[in-house]
Design a protein around this ligand. Structure first.
Ligand code: AHN
Ligand code: ZN
Length: 329
């Protein structure tokens, strides 16, 4: 009986601490942020498996059987999510005169929606390991450079199509082909070097999958899975789509990924967002693992760009940030 007051006191303390917790949480978020709409869970294990599946096909070098098989799997996967899939097959010439059989893969969520967001990544991998010291003329796995962007987008597509929470916007996923066949290090230095990269996005920007296609904005993912990755505000994105860049980086910070998304600018990078910005005139940012101090990651265009470089924490940071952004639009 005499213990009753102790239990009472304990109960009051528990109730108080619960209340305090709630108030503190509200105070933690930055002053300018508004209540966020609910976002389904991004599964980094699933994204990791999608990368492994691509790597298991072998290097996705244009004009190879591995490339063809991986492309067919990508289309089938997006169709299995209930998306409207189309393939854009074309021939492009490489820096060495080789004719490349390329295939841009487009998958649309809610094709009837007016307000649309374009999400892109390249799905081809590099035919040489020109930054390596050995087996320079052999193709790389491209787990990060090629595999990771596609893996994150596949997981986003899976979540959007299977979860009961749906975004309000329509979404177009584009897997660009022929991004990574630019001149090797040994023959670099010409004035035309830039034009041999990004063959798929160059083609699509001139020949969109739908006449007069446009989107509210675009997000390109390139090398978004490496351990210790850091994403800076890339130069071309700053020039054409600073508002989007600031919004996405601020979202990343709001949900706890400030380690990955650095509030600092970096150099302009030749990538698939250039034709999208300059030719298709859709503002598009590039989330890319490139540091203003150290350049590309140590794995870049080397055989070490394999599954060992992939870290689920990086996939989670990028996946959650993009998914959060989509669900707030
Ligand atoms: C440069 O090497 C400057 N741009 C190529 C961008 C790239 C290659 N992204 C992935 N692989
Ligand atoms: Zn590359």
């Amino acid at each position: 009986m005499k213990n009753n007051w102790i239990w009472g006191l304990l109960l009051i303390l528990i109730l108080q601490s619960c209340g305090d917790g709630k108030v503190e949480k509200v105070n933690e978020s930055p002053a300018e942020s508004v209540a966020a709409k609910a976002v389904p869970k991004f599964n980094a294990d699933s994204a990791f498996q999608y990368i492994k599946k691509q790597v298991d096909f072998g290097p996705r070098v244009p004009n190879t059987e591995e490339h063809k098989k991986a492309g067919a799997w990508l289309q089938q996967k997006m169709a299995s999510f209930g998306l409207e899939v189309s393939a854009q097959e074309f021939i492009a010439e490489a820096y060495d005169g080789k004719k490349l059989e390329l295939n841009n893969i487009i998958a649309s969520y809610r094709p009837e929606a007016k307000k649309r967001i374009l999400l892109a990544a390249h799905w081809d991998t590099r035919r040489v390991a020109d930054k390596d010291t050995e087996r320079i003329n052999e193709p790389i796995d491209g787990a990060n450079d090629g595999g990771s962007g596609v893996g994150v987008l596949l997981e986003i597509a899976r979540v959007i199509s299977t979860d009961s929470l749906k975004p309000e916007v329509g979404i177009d996923f584009i897997f660009f082909d022929g991004e990574d066949d630019g001149k090797p290090e040994s023959s670099k230095g010409g004035t035309d070097d830039a034009k041999w990269w990004c063959l798929g996005s160059q083609y699509w920007a001139k020949n969109p999958h739908e006449r007069g296609y446009s989107a509210y904005y675009g997000i390109l993912l390139d090398m978004v899975g490496a351990k210790g990755a850091r994403f800076y505000k890339e130069g071309v994105s700053l020039q054409y789509a600073k508002g989007i860049l600031d919004k996405v980086w601020s979202n990343a910070h709001q949900i706890g990924h400030s380690d990955f998304f650095q509030m600092r600018g970096s150099h302009a990078i030749t990538d698939d967002h250039i034709p999208v910005n300059e030719v298709a005139r859709i503002p598009m940012i590039d989330i890319i693992d490139y540091s203003p101090d150290f350049g590309f990651g140590r794995y870049h265009h080397k055989h070490s760009d394999n599954m060992d470089v992939i870290d689920k924490r990086t996939l989670k940071a990028v996946g959650e940030t993009v998914l959060f952004t989509l669900y707030q639009e």
